[in-house]
Design a binder for this molecule. Structure first.
Ligand code: ADP
Ligand code: ZN
Length: 436
């Protein structure tokens, strides 16, 4: 089944023409409604009339996360607040979160794109579908929720937490589909096993996983423990949220909803375009967004794209799995964490030396973050080596980190010069999860 055959299977030339038209319109729209873009385009000597086909996209400026931060909260918003009906905020960023406002039409496009994804996974009106992404400012929960409703399946807005109750509902209601992070799926499987509920007692058949990188090994583990077919779902709040790309039953890359999100792959250093099949940084341009349309938004996600036809009949370009990041962002339990955020918390405390180490691990199926930091010599000399003040300091750091990162970290305060240093470029992060 294909939700929107006209667009999802559109011949390439026709798609290019549609994208070209939409690109022209969106450039015109931001030129007149977003001073940030008007200034940039004027500085580059470009007017909307210079942008007529998708090939003209290379003339446009890039947009980065720091542009969003510098224009916090609404500086890049194009629509007046009277047109905005929903606001999301992306999880962890240095300093201010990224604020994204959606108009009614944006929410419509989002639920259309999400319904396309769900249809590709084989979900129909007959399914009971549990959404176990977090509901709230995070785009995962509500984004998938609206797609399920649009499709017409019965949505179970489980959200995260209270896993035992959720497992019981999946069993009692006979839920057939679920969306969550891959690590939560494994946590769910573990809870099910601890509760003594056998795989045969539940009816899940389709699992939709994303918001963080995952491996083929995780895929087969989730499939065998939950008894589902596991599909990939990719997205980012700045562009929309979950729904930017989705796997079809061929599972040979994820189709990009490219009538709404125009994809490019660039070299993250030279910023030059890369050819199909070559790996580089994914860049998206909003083609239809009203709330906060972005031109050439740099995702920092590394992947490749192919426009070869797919056996499923869809003509949408396919992107590979995300193979890494071109910055140092970590995704821990679905939340974006930059080592620099941790650093700024530590440096704001006079007791801490600027020597620290982040250790990311996976215990059971949950990601853990341990932050080791050295105490400054002068504090250490004042008797900081006795246990109580260290514990207090650890608690103080942990609570600051929790409020900045939105996840809890285990903090270990160490004696001066006790954290091992590598020669040359120092290594601040050890990721033991092995998810590449
Ligand atoms: P949040 O809503 O948690 O703030 P963002 O929208 O900022 O999250 O997160 C988007 C990022 O999450 C992407 O740029 C990518 O790095 C990661 N991501 C999302 N889906 C996937 C996926 N299916 N595979 C790998 N990484 C993903
Ligand atoms: Zn396909």
């Amino acid at each position: 089944m294909i939700w929107n055959k006209t667009n999802e299977c559109m011949p390439r030339e026709q798609m290019r023409a549609l994208q070209g038209e939409r690109l022209h319109r969106i450039v015109e729209y931001v030129y007149h409604n977003v001073p940030f873009y008007r200034d940039k385009l004027q500085q580059m000597g470009i007017t909307p009339d210079d942008i007529n086909t998708v090939d003209d996209i290379v003339k446009l400026p890039f947009t980065s996360k720091s542009d969003l931060r510098e224009n916090y909260p609404f500086g890049l918003q194009a629509a007046p607040m009277s047109e905005i009906i929903r606001i999301h905020a992306s999880s962890g960023t240095t300093g201010s979160p990224t604020i994204v406002g959606y108009t009614r039409q944006d929410i419509g496009v989002w639920s259309e794109c999400m319904a396309r994804c769900l249809t590709a996974y084989g979900i129909t009106r007959d399914d009971i579908f549990s959404v176990a992404y977090g509901y709230g400012l995070f785009t995962g929960g509500l984004g998938v929720h609206y797609g399920v409703e649009n499709l017409g399946a019965a949505v179970l807005p489980a959200s995260t937490g209270n896993t035992e109750k959720h497992v019981r509902l999946i069993r009692d209601l006979g839920a057939t589909g679920i969306a969550c992070t891959p690590s939560y799926a494994l946590h769910l499987a573990e809870t099910m096993e601890t509760m003594g509920i056998a795989r045969e007692e539940i009816r899940l058949k389709v699992g939709v996983f994303g918001a963080e990188p995952w491996t083929e090994n995780m895929r087969s583990e989730i499939e065998s423990r939950l008894g589902v077919k596991a599909y990939n779902l990719y997205g980012l709040s700045e562009i929309m949220g979950p729904c930017v790309s989705y796997e079809c039953t061929e599972q040979n890359g994820s189709h990009i909803n490219e009538d709404h999100f125009y994809p490019e792959i660039i070299d993250p250093v030279t910023l030059e375009a890369k050819a199909d099949g070559e790996q580089g940084e994914l860049v998206f341009t909003s083609l239809t967004k009203q709330g906060m349309p972005l031109l050439r938004y740099r995702t920092h996600d590394l992947a490749s794209i192919t426009r070869e036809p797919c056996a499923c009949g869809r003509t949408f370009a396919r992107m590979s799995k995300i193979v890494g990041r071109s910055d140092d962002m970590l995704i821990i339990r679905g939340i974006n964490v930059f080592p620099s955020q941790v650093e700024s918390v530590l440096l704001s405390m006079p007791e801490c030396a600027p020597r620290y180490l982040l250790i990311v691990d996976r215990e059971g199926n949950l990601d853990t973050l341990t932050v080791q930091v050295e105490v400054r010599q002068e504090y250490f000399d004042q008797g900081f080596d006795t246990l109580t003040p260290i514990t207090d300091l650890e608690k103080k750091i942990a609570s600051k980190l929790r409020s900045v990162l939105s996840i809890s970290a285990r903090v270990q305060v160490k004696a001066p010069n006790s954290i091992e240093r590598s020669q040359g470029k120092s290594k601040f992060v050890i990721d033991r999860r092995n998810i590449e």
